[in-house]
Design a protein around this ligand. Structure first.
Ligand SMILES: *[C@@H]1O[C@H](CO)[C@@H](O)[C@H](O)[C@H]1NC(C)=O
Ligand SMILES: *[C@@H]1O[C@H](CO)[C@@H](O)[C@H](O)[C@H]1NC(C)=O
Ligand SMILES: *[C@@H]1O[C@H](CO)[C@@H](O)[C@H](O)[C@H]1NC(C)=O
Length: 823
């Protein structure tokens, strides 16, 4: 305590003023906190006591109740002095008057004097706050004028020396309002003078000073710590009012698209932001917004083709529901995820094969759901087919033929159209279009062979199959159905249909009747194959029918006349030598070839050793000289056989008379002649004369021709004559290795060597192959020259020669007949 310096000074002044010497009692006023030893007053004087006797009387100061002895007595001077510190606040606290009671005790005689010391206050205490600092929390939303009670400051002193007032440090927001309580004590209130803003300043320090009225004045301070409490006075604020993001389509789930963010200046729950979509819509199904972080993620399938952009309202709310809004726009970028789609808009299913190139047969449309380059589509046909795509309006293409179609070559097309977009990587798709080519009757039936030949033996059964023709027509159904028919025509003056018929469906050709080789040997017919189209197409083919000979004719004996009709007798001169020609059997066969190759045999004779017959010539010759012993009448039975299989034969009897004179034969004279015979004889004579005349004429003509053409010798018979010099085996002609007997068609007859009859013929077109080589008689021209002398002539001459032969035979026969009749 720093009052001791003043204490003495005050003390003296007060002693002088308040000293009222009262007998018995004495009182003094002193300021508190005087120094020990300070003189309060001279009590001896004030009480009128004898100084000298004080010590003798054992003068002393006592306290009333043995309390602290604050005062002492100086026995020498009689001064009452301060012995202990006197603190008014300690003795009397806040009592307005503080009196310290002491007693002076004297003995001899006992005397008691009461001393009252009135202790006066000095300003020795400063105002003091309970705490060093004062904490106040004020919500920022507090209104102006709001009051906040402050702690009171205490001061141990009283009256003037106690707290007289407060002062507040200069600040922006608060004023101080000082109030006095009923007991006069003062306290302060903070009054809000200007609104607080936590976000601006959330802590405010104020210094509050309390001061007393003492002199010198004392003060005490306290720091007021104002905490501004948050009020939800701030709206969350988005960093952008519009968020834009772009996202490729087909992004996988949970792909982060964008992060939105908003800030709220408030704190705590007031600043806690929750993000969300403003309202529920379909789009929110596709994206999710993390309420805490503001991350926008993919939550559904993103398909550009379904929706190419999304616009959403998003909100940010703080804990107490203040919200603000922003727009989130997500643009979806296209990915080439759609292949082009080819659709067939129209198609001619059946294209006639005769359409001209460039005909449109179908329309195709191509779509790609992607956009930009991803939807640029190119369309093409890769295969090698006679079709192309011609771009038409927009995404349409025409399918057009590029060449001639041929159903018979390709009847169906599977056209694969492929479409590729220009995305990267490009996508493509393809579609197969089936087209078929419809038939047009553009192919005529075509025979498999250029011509057909049928070989049939004569005497065939009517209805037998000769051959079959086949024609093919590659067209479709009725356009390719072939119908066969005979073309009208004549064979030997009769309609072909009386010979042949053809099965319209199968092309099998049947004989209608039996053929006779002896009537005709071959004929040709035309067969037509026609399809069933409209108009029909047709083609013709020649069918040659060759009839082959069958041994169906027996040899016919011309001379001698067949038995029964007449009997003929040959005269054989008695002088005939061996080997002389006696007679000749003349026979013909209507067949040809081997079937007409005759051989002669004597089957029975009167004298078997006398006569022989030429196997092929039929010439009867004497085998030896006739002798007298030989019977005059000789009988021969001659059989003529052809070489057919089986062979047919005829027989005849020949009567030979060995005589030089018919008259020698008496039996013959008996032969009677009737009128008929004489008439016949005259006919025969006429015939013989005409034939002879004719013959002579003929000889003259021949000679004439010979002289005319002497310089031009020429082969008569095409160079080849078949003259069998020996017996030929029946299969003589089977030489071409196929087993087919063809020879009969190739040559007509044999020349019978040495025959005087018509039994030989000439071959006009002879095929070497038809005879075994060693038996082929390729006669040199000179051989024939021998036969005909120098006479070589034309074919014409050959024919005449043949005629000549006939006449010779005829002449011979006639002369024989005449001869026999005459005899
Ligand atoms: C076309 O396709 C069909 C069905 O796939 C098939 O039966 C036919 O043989 C094909 N035609 C051609 C010419 O490839
Ligand atoms: C036959 O050809 C004609 C045209 O020549 C055509 O009209 C018809 O359809 C064809 N028939 C068939 C069965 O294809
Ligand atoms: C076939 O012959 C008939 C009758 O002679 C004729 O009308 C037709 O044109 C011929 N066809 C052909 C393809 O020659």
């Amino acid at each position: 305590m720093a009052y001791s310096r003043y204490g003495l000074h005050y003390g003296f002044t007060l002693v002088l003023l308040v000293l009222h010497p009262v007998f018995g009692d004495v009182s003094y006023s002193i300021p508190e906190e005087m120094k020990r030893g300070s003189v309060i007053g001279n009590i001896a004087k004030d009480l009128g006591l004898d100084l000298g006797r004080l010590s003798a009387r054992k003068a002393r100061i006592d306290t009333e109740d043995n309390n602290v002895q604050y005062c002492g007595l100086n026995l020498n001077t009689g001064d009452l002095i301060v012995q202990e510190r006197i603190d008014r606040e300690g003795l009397c606290a806040r009592k307005a008057s503080c009196v310290l009671k002491q007693e002076l005790v004297l003995e001899n005689p006992l005397e008691l004097h009461r001393i009252s010391i009135n202790v006066l206050d000095i300003n020795d205490n400063s105002p003091q706050f309970k705490e060093d600092s004062l904490k106040i929390e004020i919500r920022e939303s507090a209104v102006i004028g709001a009051r906040f009670l402050l702690d009171e400051a205490h001061d141990g002193d009283i009256n003037e020396n106690t707290v007289q007032g407060y002062s507040l440090q200069q600040n922006d927001h608060f004023k101080l309002n000082i109030k006095t309580k009923g007991n006069g004590r003062k306290y302060g209130e903070l009054v809000l003078d200007k609104e607080l803003d936590r976000e601006d300043k959330k802590e405010i320090m104020l210094l509050l000073t309390a001061f007393d009225g003492g002199s010198p004045q004392r003060s005490g301070t306290v720091v007021i710590h104002v905490t501004v409490l948050d009020a939800n006075d701030n709206v969350p604020v988005f960093s952008q009012s519009v968020y834009k993001a772009s996202l490729p389509e087909n992004s996988p789930l949970d792909t982060l698209v964008i992060t939105v963010s908003a800030t709220d200046a408030d704190e705590g729950i007031n600043g806690e932001i929750t993000y969300g979509f403003d309202h529920v819509s379909d789009e929110n199904q596709v994206f999710s917004l993390n309420a805490k972080t503001g991350d926008v993620n993919v939550a559904g399938s993103i398909d550009y083709e379904k929706q190419s952009s999304y616009e959403m309202q998003i909100s940010a709310k703080d804990g107490l529901g203040l919200a603000s809004y922003a727009t989130l726009t997500i643009e979806i970028t296209d990915i080439n995820d759609n292949a082009p789609v080819i659709s067939l808009k129209s198609l001619t299913k059946q294209i006639p094969e005769n359409v001209s190139p460039g005909t449109e047969v179908g329309i195709i449309n191509v779509q790609d759901r992607d956009s930009d380059n991803n939807r640029q589509v190119r369309c093409s046909i890769q295969q090698n087919v006679p079709f192309k795509l011609v771009p038409s309006i927009k995404n349409y293409y025409s399918l057009v033929t590029t060449g001639q179609l041929d159903r018979e070559l390709v009847s169906d097309y599977n056209i694969t159209i492929s479409a590729t977009d220009e995305g990267s990587p490009p996508l493509s798709s393809s579609k197969t279009v089936q087209l078929s080519v419809a038939d047009i009757n553009d192919n005529p039936p075509v025979f498999e062979e250029q011509s057909y030949s049928a070989y049939v033996s004569e005497n065939n059964k009517p209805g037998s199959t000769l051959c079959s023709v086949t024609a093919r027509d590659p067209d479709w159904r009725q356009n390719g159905t072939v119908i066969y028919s005979l073309l009208p025509g004549e064979v030997n003056g009769a309609p072909v249909s009386s010979y042949l018929s053809v099965n319209g469906d199968t092309g099998v050709i049947h004989a209608v009747r039996s053929f006779d080789y002896e009537q005709f040997r071959s004929f040709k017919v035309q067969v037509m194959a026609r399809d069933n189209g409209s108009p029909p197409l047709s083609s013709n083919v020649t069918v040659s029918v060759f009839i082959s000979d069958v041994n169906d004719n027996s040899p016919q004996i011309l001379y001698p006349a067949p038995e029964g009709n007449s009997f003929m007798t040959e005269l054989v001169p008695k002088a005939a030598h061996g080997g002389s020609l006696v007679s000749k059997v003349i026979a013909v066969d209507a067949d040809s070839g081997q079937n007409a190759w005759l051989s002669y045999h004597i089957v029975k004779s009167t004298d078997p050793g006398l006569f022989t017959i030429g196997l092929h010539s039929g010439e009867i010759r004497t085998q030896r000289d006739i002798s007298e012993s030989d019977s005059m009448k000789q009988n021969l039975i001659v059989s003529v056989k052809d070489n057919g299989q089986p062979s047919l034969s005829a027989t005849c009897s020949m009567y030979l008379l060995i005589s030089d004179n018919l008259a020698e034969v008496p039996e013959l004279k008996d032969i009677s002649y009737d009128d008929k015979n004489s008439k016949l004889t005259s006919y025969l004579i006429i015939a013989l004369v005409s034939v002879s005349t004719f013959f002579l004429t003929f000889i003259i003509i021949i000679l004439g021709v010979r002289f005319c053409r002497r310089r031009k010798p020429r082969l008569l018979f095409d160079g080849a004559v078949a003259i069998p010099s020996a017996y030929l085996p029946p299969n003589y002609a089977d030489v071409d290795g196929t087993g087919t007997l063809r020879s009969t068609y190739k040559y007509d007859a044999y020349l019978t060597t040495g025959s005087r009859t018509s039994d030989f013929k000439f071959v006009s077109s002879y095929n070497d192959n038809t005879l075994p080589a060693d038996q082929t008689l390729r006669k040199s021209p000179s051989d024939f020259a021998e036969v005909f002398g120098d006479c070589s002539g034309s074919l014409e001459v050959g024919i005449h020669f043949e005629l000549l032969n006939s006449f010779l035979a005829c002449f011979f026969t006639l002369s024989m007949v005449l001869n026999s009749i005459q005899s």
